[in-house]
Ligand binder design. Structure first.
Ligand SMILES: *[C@@H]1O[C@H](CO)[C@@H](O)[C@H](O)[C@H]1NC(C)=O
Ligand SMILES: *[C@@H]1O[C@H](CO)[C@@H](O)[C@H](O)[C@H]1NC(C)=O
Ligand SMILES: *[C@@H]1O[C@H](CO)[C@@H](O)[C@H](O)[C@H]1NC(C)=O
Ligand SMILES: *[C@@H]1O[C@H](CO)[C@@H](O)[C@H](O)[C@H]1NC(C)=O
Ligand SMILES: *[C@@H]1O[C@H](CO)[C@@H](O)[C@H](O)[C@H]1NC(C)=O
Ligand SMILES: *[C@@H]1O[C@H](CO)[C@@H](O)[C@H](O)[C@H]1NC(C)=O
Ligand SMILES: *[C@@H]1O[C@H](CO)[C@@H](O)[C@H](O)[C@H]1NC(C)=O
Ligand SMILES: *[C@@H]1O[C@H](CO)[C@@H](O)[C@H](O)[C@H]1NC(C)=O
Ligand SMILES: *[C@@H]1O[C@H](CO)[C@@H](O)[C@H](O)[C@H]1NC(C)=O
Ligand SMILES: [Zn+2]
Length: 469
């Protein structure tokens, strides 16, 4: 601890300190490299030899470590010398309830996913409330461990009042910051659209939800293309409720699922106050892109999935395919970092997230700087994007509260118990899926004309006739 730190009285010069903030806990991350944000370029910038003070759920001050600063009473001081202090990461597309499927779909394709793992399969009857609860909770430990502090959940494990309620409970229990986008869907298990609307209204009034501010309700809907009463009900709901986000799967091309910006614009949903996040946007058109810019709305891209959804394009096609050799890299580490932090926050219209700045929420990730893979870094953004792994993440804070500390998750639950319950649930579910025949994939995909199933060329690492997989 440096001699220039003084505890015992309130930091002078912080006019915004409120009475409640006085009693709140404070934490000082002292003497490290802090990735902050340059307003002029809108890109990350590193402050070396700096400190960050958290008070309550927010960042109170970022200052040079050599500055003489008086700290609030009881401030806890965390030495971050040699470490990198980063804003928490923002994941704008996730389905946390599906954790029990882990490794089941290791060779899967999107077409197989639809018929086997998606929301319209037997999942709607097999997953019980406790499966959704423990799958979601155990599933959310992973992003928290990895420094993801905010998630937009496309919450389609809404199979009954009970699974929806359990889902929301798990999210609140996890301590992650989330836009919990309740999925409305036409299910075959008897949970009607009308009941979903009633269930949603109940959740909006949920006392636990309304007594905290990390988790907020949003809406997910994938059938905007259908001009029917359900779609009208969703449009009305978005217009009448002040929800945190609206999200939809938008693929296009041979996949259908054309919940495009153009479609949403026709329905008058792009120009309202609700942020709209289009996931994948694999076949986005120029007109769609212009609408997104005009209305300040965003897409969420999931690179590994995108490889299933769309032919490889971009770099290879644009340059090498034309026998041109680019002299620069198309994407910098700064750009990648911005996508994973600031851009995700803006997609949710939360400028108070994704950037470490005074007044913003204290969603903070601290990376070790001296592991075998990190040693030798000078640019902290490049170190995080190109060299770090989850094991380097020493501390994670969400809204000023510890979620990981000294390399260990901090949970409100007894993790041993959660793991046991989750494993029981996952074992039951995995057994059912392993015993279920794979979907038939003959003829046309999803009844779409001119979209045929074909066999993919497969990689074989074993010489000779090989083993197939
Ligand atoms: C901090 O306080 C010490 C002791 O009062 C003083 O020597 C030093 O110059 C101060 N540093 C700054 C940056 O004001
Ligand atoms: C992956 O495919 C191989 C070959 O078809 C099969 O033996 C294996 O069980 C599959 N794995 C999973 C998890 O489906
Ligand atoms: C689900 O909750 C809604 C709203 O409270 C209620 O109207 C409906 O009857 C419930 N359905 C079941 C099956 O309990
Ligand atoms: C759609 O709603 C209208 C009016 O709200 C109603 O008259 C009509 O029967 C509904 N259609 C269906 C298919 O539910
Ligand atoms: C909508 O919700 C946000 C976040 O909870 C709040 O800041 C805003 O004032 C609300 N707007 C309206 C019109 O209620
Ligand atoms: C959005 O645009 C539609 C026309 O496309 C218009 O009717 C509606 O009033 C606009 N809404 C807002 C909030 O500006
Ligand atoms: C404040 O500190 C107390 C005691 O150390 C702890 O139990 C509590 O969780 C802390 N609150 C926050 C918001 O971190
Ligand atoms: C957590 O649960 C396990 C298994 O039930 C139990 O053995 C252990 O004592 C519990 N730990 C705490 C800290 O309560
Ligand atoms: C390899 O494949 C060829 C042609 O399909 C077949 O004739 C041969 O028996 C196979 N060899 C082995 C070892 O399976
Ligand atoms: Zn998805």
């Amino acid at each position: 601890m440096s001699r220039s730190l003084r505890t015992g009285q309130i930091l002078v010069g912080l006019a915004s300190f409120s009475a409640t903030a006085l009693c709140a806990n404070s934490t000082l991350f002292h003497g490290g490299t802090i990735i902050t944000f340059d307003e002029a370029s809108q890109l990350p910038v590193a402050l070396h030899g700096s400190s960050l003070l958290v008070t309550g759920d927010s960042i109170a001050k970022i200052f040079e470590s050599s500055d003489n600063v008086t700290l609030p009473t009881g401030t806890e001081i965390i030495d971050v010398a040699g470490k990198i202090v980063s804003p928490g990461f923002i994941d704008t597309h996730r389905h946390s309830w599906q954790t029990a499927y882990k490794t089941l779909g290791s060779n899967t394709t999107l077409a197989e996913y639809f018929g086997r793992y998606g929301e319209f399969t037997q999942a709607g009857t097999v997953f019980r409330p406790e499966d959704i609860y423990y799958g979601t909770l155990a599933g959310l430990y992973e992003p928290l461990d990895a420094g993801v502090t905010t998630i937009l959940e496309h919450a389609h494990g809404t199979f009954s009042n009970e699974t929806s309620n359990a889902y929301l409970e798990a999210v609140i229990d996890s301590g992650v910051r989330m836009a919990f986008c309740y999925a409305f869907h036409e299910l075959s298990n008897g949970f009607s659209f009308e009941e979903q609307l009633a269930n949603f209204a109940d959740l909006m009034k949920n006392e636990r939800l309304n007594s905290q501010d990390l988790v907020q309700i949003g809406i997910a809907y994938d059938a905007f293309i259908q001009d029917n009463n359900n779609t009208r009900a969703i449009v009305n709901l978005v217009n009448s409720k002040n929800v945190s986000a609206l999200t939809m799967h938008f693929l296009g091309g041979p996949w259908g699922n054309t919940n495009s910006p153009s479609k949403l614009d026709q329905l008058g949903l792009l120009n309202g106050t609700t942020p709209v996040v289009f996931s994948h946007a694999s076949y986005v058109t120029t007109d769609d892109a212009e609408l997104l810019r005009k209305h300040d709305q965003y897409i969420s891209t999931t690179p590994e999935s995108e490889m299933h959804f769309k032919p490889a394009s971009g770099y290879r096609a644009l340059y090498l395919g034309n026998w041109n050799v680019p002299r620069n890299s198309p994407m910098s580490a700064n750009q990648a970092f911005t996508l994973a932090t600031r851009s995700g926050a803006l997609a949710l219209r939360r400028p108070d997230l994704g950037v470490l700045a005074t007044g913003n929420k204290a969603d903070i990730v601290v990376f070790d700087g001296d592991s075998p893979n990190m040693l030798g870094w000078s640019d902290p953004v490049a170190a995080v994007i190109l060299h770090s792994h989850v094991g380097d993440i020493r501390h994670v804070m969400v809204g000023g509260e510890w979620r990981k500390r000294d390399g260990q998750l901090v949970t409100k639950q007894n993790r041993t118990e959660v793991q046991t319950k989750f494993l029981d649930s996952a074992k039951r579910i995995q057994k059912i899926w392993l015993e279920t025949p794979l979907p038939e994939m003959d003829g046309e995909f999803n009844g779409m004309s001119n979209v045929d199933y074909v066999d993919a060329y497969t990689i074989d690492a074993v010489r000779g006739n090989g083993t197939g997989y």
